[in-house]
Design a binder for this molecule. Structure first.
Ligand code: ZN
Length: 145
């Protein structure tokens, strides 16, 4: 596959997640939540979590904005549903390092699955905030009160 084919595939994956998002709709009784706004692009994400005994047992989110921000929220929810808070925090740390690397560090496919479609975003500094928005919401939601 050429690089152009691969870019097209990743672009399609992002559009698919933006159009048919996973876990869209906030939880009725979350144990943690966070609302984040990216004013430079107009993106908004509200993330709600149900955390039981250190595990994220349910996730739901709502939002609007560009395809990258909404696809990132959908991809995030596929990754952290059912994982421990420690694992979610580790994913968050690695996601941030890759997205802020300006294309130098790529997301590990074994850990991030389809979310590696967001790798290309790290080359566009203006779009990094879009992809990070739901992850910032996750960080704030998991922060001890
Ligand atoms: Zn955006």
């Amino acid at each position: 596959m050429t690089t152009d084919d691969l870019n097209g595939l990743y672009q399609q994956l992002i559009l698919d997640h933006a159009r048919s998002p996973h876990a869209k709709g906030v939880l009725a009784a979350p144990t943690a939540s966070s609302h984040q706004v990216n004013p430079t692009c107009g993106d908004e994400v509200t993330l709600t979590l149900e955390v039981r005994d250190g595990t994220i047992v349910a996730i739901g989110w709502d939002g609007h904005g560009c395809s990258i921000s909404q696809a990132s929220a959908s991809l995030l929810s596929t990754l952290i549903e059912g994982v421990s808070v420690a694992e979610a925090t580790s994913l968050l740390d690695d996601f941030r390092i890759a997205l802020r690397s300006r294309g130098q560090i790529e997301l590990d496919e074994d850990r991030f699955g389809d979310a590696i479609a967001l790798n290309g975003v790290s080359r566009y500094v203006a779009r990094v905030k879009c992809a990070m928005l739901p992850w910032v919401a996750l960080e704030n939601a998991l922060r001890p009160a």
